[in-house]
Design a protein around this ligand. Structure first.
Ligand code: FAD
Ligand code: PYC
Length: 416
């Protein structure tokens, strides 16, 4: 790993970073690769890294139309947890959480992974029943989960209003102590460097514009930098997955919607746990810089614009202020949005397609950041072995024909 002394940092600053060593190369595309991964977000980069590291695939490229992490990976609210309801989902998210627990060391890049704990609040008796059911299901799967009373919540989060007169009275919560946050751009940079270090070509400004096929099998991709031959193609393009699928003559059961977030001006430390409320469509944590980092549910219309509507934003801010009245005078610093790809059952699609050599990993919707390492690991397995791993077998495209849906709307964390 590179080491920088204070002097070298100062010298680089004064020379406008001209001689700053790149963390990963910036190669031109080669004429062909064994595997091409479309999409330089966390999932695509992790897939490429594990393809080489675990499966010794000879030549791999990641093609990114913009810059690494410029999609949802660099726009999310950094929440990592594994407290999903159904076994299939719980297994893959817990597998991912275990990978997170060793990832900083594995890729030798500080991801600022902070298992500060995550509260999911309940405001009605039905919320409490759902919370209790999910806690029981989590415990049966070996996932840490516990119930907190309003008094215990208040002790953990002194800034919150748990009084019965509150507009959204807080009746209880589940707590996953191993849940928390990790810095999202560190994940993108760390995975790009890790993939590069095992020989993956990470290629920026290279938009895939077509997927070529011959006799029902993929032969390569047309890009803004010319045709690139490929034995196999893995598409990991989140909100743009429907567009990629149509290039291969397919339709996926996905909707692309805006999901927005915002941060406040920096404050002194006041909140050292993540607080989510699915029922009021809002959630909040505090970053290491002191900003309150908040988010809303998805906007209720389809679109590819990375913008959210003021109505959704206003609703979520109002809900947060109801729960934390003392934040009412805090100033907002900036707001942004991403385009999330949601499936009807709020679970991803990870697997083979009817086109030989073409694979899709998408549909993570509002919740794929936490699964980045696990998703990359199973997708690399699927591409290398041309069959799903047992962890992603339930998430095949066929489930929309067989009816074996895995309804995780309740655990999705944000409403959609
Ligand atoms: P992306 O990071 O979007 O990467 C896909 C890449 O594909 C993009 O960089 C894009 O430029 C590229 N691409 C698209 N089309 C092409 C093309 N034709 N050619 C080449 N490249 C192409 N999840 C959580 O678990 N916890 C959270 O707290 C959380 N909060 C969120 C908050 C917001 C506001 C948003 C928007 C999302 C949130 N998510 C969260 C969801 C999470 O961010 C995503 O599920 C996850 O980051 C998806 O990663 P990815 O690598 O699949 O996609
Ligand atoms: O999946 O935990 C989640 C989440 C929180 C905010 C957005 N997604």
């Amino acid at each position: 790993m590179q080491k920088y002394s204070f002097l070298s940092l100062a010298r680089n600053a004064l020379t406008y970073h001209e001689n700053w060593q790149r963390a990963w190369r910036s190669p031109d595309p080669k004429p062909g690769y064994d595997v091409v991964i479309v999409g330089g977000g966390g999932h695509g980069l992790a897939t490429a890294y594990y393809l080489v590291k675990e499966h010794r695939v000879g030549s791999v490229a990641v093609l990114e139309k913009g810059y690494v992490g410029g999609g949802n990976t660099g726009r999310n609210t950094e929440i990592v947890r594994s407290n999903y309801l159904w076994d299939e989902a719980a297994h893959i998210y817990e597998f991912s959480l275990k990978l997170w627990e060793g990832l900083t060391q594995q890729i030798n890049f500080n991801l600022m992974f902070s298992q500060r704990g995550l509260l999911s609040l309940g405001h009605t008796l039905q919320d409490l029943r759902d919370i209790q059911r999910r806690i029981n299901a989590n415990l049966l799967n070996g996932i840490d989960s516990e119930f907190l009373t309003p008094e215990q919540i208040k002790e953990m989060v002194p800034a919150i209003d748990v009084s019965p007169r509150a507009r959204y009275p807080i009746l209880g919560a589940s707590l996953q102590r191993r849940g928390g946050t990790a810095r999202h751009d560190a994940l993108a940079w760390g995975l790009a460097r890790a993939a590069d270090s095992v020989g993956v070509d990470v290629i920026h400004n290279c938009e895939v514009t077509g997927i070529r096929r011959e006799g029902g099998a993929v032969t390569g991709v047309d890009t803004s930098r010319g045709f690139i031959k490929a034995g196999k193609v893995g598409c990991v393009t989140a909100g743009n997955s429907g567009v990629l699928a149509s290039m291969a003559g397919m339709r996926l059961p996905l909707e692309s919607r805006p999901l927005q977030a915002w941060v406040s001006q920096p404050l002194k430390p006041i909140l050292d746990v993540v607080v989510m409320s699915n029922a009021v469509h809002a959630y909040i944590s505090q970053t290491d810089r002191g900003e309150l980092l908040c988010g809303a549910g998805v906007d209720s219309y389809n679109g590819y614009g990375q913008r959210g509507s003021p109505a959704t934003l206003e609703h979520a801010i109002a809900a947060i202020i109801e729960m934390f009245p003392r934040f009412s005078r805090v100033r907002m610093l900036r707001q942004w949005a991403g385009t999330v790809d949601t499936c009807p059952d709020a679970c991803p699609i990870i697997g083979l397609t009817p086109v030989k050599g073409l694979y899709f990993n998408c549909g993570w919707g509002t919740g794929g950041y936490k699964s980045t390492p696990g998703s990359g690991w199973v997708f690399a397995y699927t591409i290398a072995q041309n069959r799903p791993h047992r962890l992603n077998e339930p998430f095949s495209l066929e489930r929309f024909a067989t009816g074996h849906l895995i309804d995780e709307h309740g655990a999705a964390g944000v409403a959609h």
